[in-house]
Design a protein around this ligand. Structure first.
Ligand code: SAH
Ligand code: SF4
Length: 411
């Protein structure tokens, strides 16, 4: 598949290479305002002798009108604009590939450092409902992932580094901005309606930048998204689920993938540290926190369907027992294969039989539609494909050659 190679016209030549959650200091010594939450920006304005309310104004220019040039911020005095121009910048991550699929799916690959291992992906998936109004953006939180789930191409890539706040919120900024390029500033509106932190990485292991970015998503001065439309997905970092419940009210998705510890230890190795009972209790605590008033009426359970591994009737029955006291909606995900993956995708019939057992037991259970296959944009395929064409593909080739050599010498 050939990607269009583009460089966003809104970013300059400098690349962002900081992991700090504080205002980002580039070599030009300019502070990147893109990743600053309202509280941080208010503090910043006070520090430079300006009024706090300027923070709200600037945030609106950045996140509602997608303006990166201080000169265009017409309600800010010329003197302050000049001051900001000298000290600050508004800089999104560098887009190195952009691809728009026939089915409306859009994908961006960002460079966040040097080398093939410094790419992250963001995918926008339009709704399959009749209105067509829903646009869900799947955002990455880390470059790679340390948790090495056996069915995940990101995990196979290993962990490179955490993303900073501007690199996380920058993904939402660029996705929205992509619909606005030819629209006059006063007419600009946000197009993305839902965000899921289901791209590369484990968001709860990059806690502060993820929470700051999500606070911008919820902030009326920035994206003003409904808390029910912002979902954090985790493989189950139990103490951080509790911490999240203290800080933010967003929807929670749990990547379950197996209904018993033995199988989950194999598929999601973090389960050895935080086994199922602990995970289910943490999810129950998360929901209990605010009850019906919040985004936390239920959790979403994600379950990738791996042929002959976790997709048998017995697994569905175990799941019914495991989840009986946890208000949950279950989303079955057909496995997205990637090169050298040790699994196959369960058949449509198998997935439907599995779904029936869960729905008969009273669960709302949906099957995720795979979208964007023509641009490798389906969830779980994020960037793995890109990295695979480069570094990992070489490693795999070597490994396979070595194994063939062993087989030949034994045979
Ligand atoms: N680390 C977090 C969020 C990123 S993964 C988590 O694990 O929840 C986002 C979702 O994609 C998870 O449910 C993950 O299990 C799923 N996924 C990963 N690899 C996949 C694959 N090859 N096919 C289908 N889904 C996959
Ligand atoms: Fe990391 Fe999530 Fe992939 Fe597991 S499924 S390796 S936690 S990104």
């Amino acid at each position: 598949m050939a990607h269009d190679v583009v460089r966003s016209s809104l970013v300059d030549e400098q690349s962002s290479d900081t992991t700090s959650t504080q205002p980002v200091q580039h070599s030009t010594q300019k502070i990147n305002l893109l990743g600053m939450s309202r509280a941080n920006l208010e503090r910043f304005f006070e520090e430079i002798g300006e009024k706090k309310f300027r923070a709200g104004q600037i945030i609106k220019w950045i996140h509602q009108y997608f303006v990166t040039d201080f000169a265009q911020m017409s309600n800010i005095s010329g003197k302050l604009r000049e001051k900001l121009q000298q000290r600050c910048e508004i800089k999104a991550p560098e887009v190195v590939h952009r691809h728009y699929s026939k089915d409306g799916t859009r994908k961006w690959v960002f460079r966040v450092g040097e080398g093939a291992g410094s790419l992250v992906e963001t995918v926008l998936i339009p709704a399959d409902d009749k209105s067509g109004a829903r646009k869900t953006l799947c955002i990455s939180s880390q470059v790679g992932c340390a948790l090495d789930c056996s069915f995940c191409s990101t995990g196979k890539q290993g962990f490179q580094r955490d993303l900073s706040t501007d690199e996380i919120i920058g993904q939402l900024w660029i996705a929205n901005q992509s619909y606005m390029e030819d629209v006059d500033i006063p007419e600009r509106t946000r197009s993305v309606t839902n965000v899921v932190m289901m791209g590369m990485g484990e968001p709860l292991l990059n806690f502060k930048p993820v929470v700051e970015s999500m606070s911008l998503m919820l902030d009326d001065f920035a994206y003003g998204m409904s808390k029910r439309r912002v979902t954090l997905s985790t493989s189950g970092i139990v103490p951080m689920i509790d911490k999240l419940s203290e800080e933010l009210d967003v929807a929670l998705a749990i990547s379950l993938h197996a209904p018993n510890d033995e199988l989950r230890n194999e598929l999601v190795p973090i389960n050895k540290k935080y086994p199922l009972q602990q995970l289910i209790s943490a999810a129950q605590r998360y929901i209990r926190k605010d009850g019906n008033e919040s985004a936390r009426k239920h959790v979403t359970i994600e379950y990738v369907m791996l042929e002959g591994v976790n997709d048998q009737d017995i697994h569905a029955q175990q799941m019914v027992r495991l989840l009986k006291d946890l208000p949950s909606k279950i989303n079955l995900i057909p496995f997205n294969p990637f090169p050298h993956a040790p699994y196959g995708r369960s058949s449509r019939n198998r997935i439907m039989t599995f779904q029936k057992i869960l729905s008969d037991a009273g669960f709302v259970c949906t099957i995720r539609q795979t979208r964007g296959d023509d641009i490798d944009a389906a969830c779980g395929q994020l960037v793995g494909q890109v990295a695979d064409r480069t570094r990992r593909a070489e490693q795999w080739k070597k490994k396979v050659a070595q194994q063939n050599e062993i087989v030949r010498s034994q045979g």
